[in-house]
Design a protein around this ligand. Structure first.
Ligand code: UDP
Length: 235
């Protein structure tokens, strides 16, 4: 096993599965099962989940919402997804804890690094919700921040594509996949692995990112078993 402690980033969009909106229970349960499988291997797991399946601040602003309120709505959306994931983890018998970046007891405990590490040391999966707690950020930035704070060995970015490509493989059939790539190249080529703020934070704090397809059941375990199925972003 390559990693002892991971920060897993799940996108809200993937959570809607085949549906156009909201939470696909089948996908949710697949995620929970995959997570339990690697927790049983002894890997400590922190999770950040996006909210794009419910609300995004930027698209809200486009429809006339105040940006800050829109972003706060987006952060609430990540809390909804986090609770759904927590419940699904409970169902498969995986202990877990929802920590929130904004105070909202009893929905979740107010986040601190030490609470998170204590929970993970007890074998609980720590779910970090509400992103960074601040507007104008994304859950990618939230993942970088939490990953660095909890001293994760790697950020595993679960997406619906199997790595980083020279162009969007869903739009350009000539796109080729990188086995590994530096943060600098990701930024200079304008590749949409994560937003620049999130990528720069990982670069400055040496948190490697591994991009892989989380929607194929069993892939999370494959990554932790050292199978090279995705793309490593590093310094
Ligand atoms: N958001 C925010 N601050 C954060 C994290 C998220 O304001 O630290 C808001 C932002 O409006 C974003 C929304 O929450 O559009 C949902 O998060 P994100 O878009 O990252 O979810 P994803 O696209 O990964 O599903």
């Amino acid at each position: 096993m390559r990693f002892k402690r991971i920060l897993l980033k799940l996108s809200g969009e993937s959570l809607m599965g085949e549906q156009g909106y909201g939470i696909d229970v089948k996908r949710l349960n697949e995620y929970a099962t995959q997570i339990k499988e690697v927790a049983d291997m002894g890997v400590q797991i922190g999770i950040v989940i996006g909210g794009g399946n419910i609300f995004r601040g930027l698209s809200g602003a486009g429809k006339g919402f105040d940006r800050v309120k829109g972003d706060q709505m987006g952060m609430c959306a990540t809390v909804i997804n986090s609770l759904a994931l927590s419940s699904a983890l409970d169902s498969v018998g995986q202990k877990n804890r929802v920590l929130t970046a904004i105070r909202m007891e009893p929905i979740g405990e107010f986040y601190s690094k030490w609470k998170a590490i204590e929970a993970m040391n007890r074998g609980e999966v720590a779910i970090f919700s509400a992103g960074t707690g601040s507007p104008y950020f994304t859950t990618d930035t939230g993942s970088s921040l939490r990953g660095i704070e909890i001293e994760a060995d790697v950020m595993l970015k679960g997406t619906r594509v199997d790595g980083v490509y020279t162009a969007d493989p869903e739009k350009d059939t000539t796109a080729t996949k990188f086995h590994d790539i530096t943060y600098e190249e990701v930024i200079s080529r304008g590749l949409k692995v994560m937003d620049i703020t999130a990528t720069a934070m990982c670069m400055q704090n040496n948190l490697p990112i591994y991009v892989f397809n989380m929607d194929i059941v069993g892939n999370l375990k494959r990554v932790l078993n050292g199978e090279e199925i995705g793309t490593l972003v590093h310094n």
